[in-house]
Design a protein around this ligand. Sequence first.
Ligand code: AMP
Ligand code: MG
Length: 423
Amino acid sequence: MGNLSGEQNPELLDVSEALEQILKCFSTPGITKIAHSFSLGFVLAEDIKSEIDVPSFTNSAMDGFAVRMDDISQASKNQPVVLDVVTDIPAGELVDIRLSPGQAARIMTGAVIPADAEAVVPVELTDFVRGSPGTAAPKSVKIYQKVNYGDNIRRVGEDISIGDIVLRKGERIRPQEIGLLSMIGVSNILVYSKPKIAIFSTGDELLPVDSPLTPGKIHDANTYSLIALIEKYGGDVYNLGIVPDDPLILEKCLDQALSKSVDLIVSSAGVSVGAYDYLREVINRYGKLNFWRVNMRPGKPVAFGEFRGIPFIGLPGNPVSAFIGFEVFVRPVILKLRGCDPLQRKLRDVRLLEPVHSDGRESYLRVSVYPENGENVVKLTGHQGSGNLLSLVQANALLLIPSGVKSLPRGAKAQAWMLDDCF
Ligand code: AMP
Ligand code: MG
């Protein structure tokens, strides 16, 4: 059991309350029709019903010989059955033939099964050693082993029948879904539109990654990691770049986002209590600020409101705080707008290999989770300063310390939020 502390800072909003406030500002996602070949990562906005049987005709599952059961029931290695090979059936051709007793047809994988054939004997069970491509069918074939009725035959409709619902609304399109849609001849589908998110980073100290550092300046890390996060979770990015700590320029930048009709504006830095943190003031002047401090660590200065009617989330400037703030508050918005469960997270029960400490805020500690002796254990990846991106890079999960808990001893159980999920 952790060390509990009853005291809570009354100015700080609970994480779950903050998230609830944010999510309720976003309603039904938009729907759009797209080509299935461009649908990777989108979420289906309709059920998909198959209009065809799959397979649409009964066909061979192997390269071999189509046979009748009566002819091969006695076949064995020592006493092979010899059958006349009356035709050759390649894939893609309709060969109109009916097998009579004593007859077989050479057949390829995917080729139409002839009438009266009851099984396919794979070439490996015959004397017909498959030669190089183009080898003609033999006049006769020796069958060394019997097979069962229906063996190596794929029946019409065996996988999918006409009218079957093969994909459901809400399912995410992966490469295999694209294959399945192609198989049933569906090339256009209804999906939820990608949310469009404007992003900018504020701070007079910021330089783009390719500008040499000058005294007092740092490279902008947040623009790049936040863009990557938006893309990872399936949003479209409208990048407004680096904006100086100047209220007029900030307002112009927000207006630019407005002109692009984005679903959400996300910024980093400039929402805290610094003398040059103008963002909250600008948001307040032209819209509304719902809250700007959340009971979490790292990432306390998270702001939420709207600028001229467009929802706005101001993330903290410190790179780890910005990243975690995004995971906690922006990711659920993207998921909701994409038609998915916004609160889904990949959680693991873990055991601590070392004691951990917090200040009583809901904490997200950078950890490495790995299996040991049949359970998942965790170790901190390094010092937890909110600017230390390296310890975030070395982490594969965030350890969740509930609000009010100030420490957990070695051996305690907790939950870790795995960072490898792509949804
Ligand atoms: P602020 O929220 O503006 O007080 O910024 C907090 C800290 O985060 C400061 O040390 C900033 O220099 C740093 N910071 C702000 N924006 C960025 C950014 N885009 N990339 C890296 N560090 C940043
Ligand atoms: Mg700043």
